[in-house]
Design a protein around this ligand. Structure first.
Ligand code: NAD
Length: 288
């Protein structure tokens, strides 16, 4: 039996869920976006309008002719979970990164969604194995992980559990391509997938050089950029990401070196309100 994906429901319309819903609808799929209440759905509407403007500004194909505005209007909004998922071929879950919340949600979906429906989690840090037993269909469940600003930074990391049916995995890889993503196939479960497995140690190594008094942030970035041809070094990247998430990752690590870096980041930057580009200053100063 071939797996046909046409109707897609996205759970959670926050930073990532809104982008996934919009990009999927922009690519011609029938999309329903679910969030917990009308207030969240009103915010979602605003996010979709903002994305239409961003696609226009970034000259995405068709955006100049109003395709983004049409897309924003075409996404069905719902705060009724049963109604939102009753005919979905694929559900992409982008709700907060709280394991118990995700498990509860999958338990509900297991009862409400048709048997054929594939479930995919956009979780950044949780492994699909921690959720699969709540889905009622571990063979039709996997992780599909997008990067922030999906239309520009268009990787989609696809990671199953040992129980994911290979045909389901392939259908999700094909779906990712169909919505303009570059699918990255991950052969077994790995915290951090590919991207963060590379990025996090790189950022940490940069911070260890500065915290250890070996070099200044500017010197570290300059070395990396001149020595490898990369457009950015780790400190410029940290400022763009925002310092709070890297701090949380370090503070929660079991490695004492990670804990020490967390303290350094907190007392020198976070406690001084230097959180990166968003606050006008991090390792560098921005704006006026
Ligand atoms: P967010 O806080 O911006 O959005 C979460 C949304 O989920 C909100 O709209 C909230 O109202 C809604 N929500 C809360 N409880 C819900 C429930 N029970 N059912 C449905 N919706 C519910 O979060 P985000 O940054 O979009 O992250 C969502 C997921 O995407 C997380 O798993 C995160 O790890 C992952 N992710 C985030 C990024 C990122 O850069 N922000 C990148 C890749 C993956």
């Amino acid at each position: 039996m071939t797996i046909d994906i046409r109707k897609v429901t996205v759970l959670g319309t926050g930073v990532l869920g809104s982008q996934i819903a919009f990009q999927t609808a922009y690519s011609g799929f029938d999309v329903t976006a679910y969030d917990i209440n009308d207030e969240a759905l009103t915010a979602a509407k605003g996010r979709f309008d903002g994305l239409a403007a961003a696609y226009r500004a970034d000259k995405m194909p068709g955006a100049a002719d109003g395709k983004g505005e049409k897309t924003a209007a075409a996404i069905a909004l719902s705060s009724d979970l049963a109604q939102a998922v009753h005919d979905a071929d694929l559900i992409i879950e982008a709700i907060p990164e709280v394991l118990s919340l995700k498990q509860d949600t999958y338990e509900k979906l297991a009862k409400l969604a048709p048997e054929r429906t594939i479930f995919a989690s956009n979780s950044s840090t949780l492994l699909p194995s921690a959720m699969k037993d709540f889905t009622g269909r571990p063979d039709r469940f996997l992780a599909l992980h997008f990067a922030n600003l999906v239309w520009k930074y268009n990787t989609a990391e696809v990671m199953g559990t040992p129980e994911t049916d290979p045909k389901v995995y392939q259908a999700v890889v094909d779906f990712a391509s169909a919505i303009g993503m570059v699918p990255i196939e991950i052969h077994k479960e790995k915290a951090g997938y590919v991207l963060n497995s590379l990025l996090v140690p790189w950022l940490n190594s940069g911070m260890a050089l500065v915290a250890g008094g070996y070099a200044d942030p500017e010197a570290v970035d300059k070395t990396w950029m001149i020595g490898t041809g990369a457009p950015n070094g780790p400190f410029r990247a940290l400022d763009v990401i925002g310092l709070t998430t890297p701090y949380n990752i370090l503070a929660n690590s079991e490695d004492p070196n990670g804990q020490a870096l967390a303290k350094w980041l907190k007392s020198n930057y976070i406690d001084k309100g230097k959180l990166g580009v968003a606050t006008g200053e991090g390792f560098y100063k921005y704006g006026a």
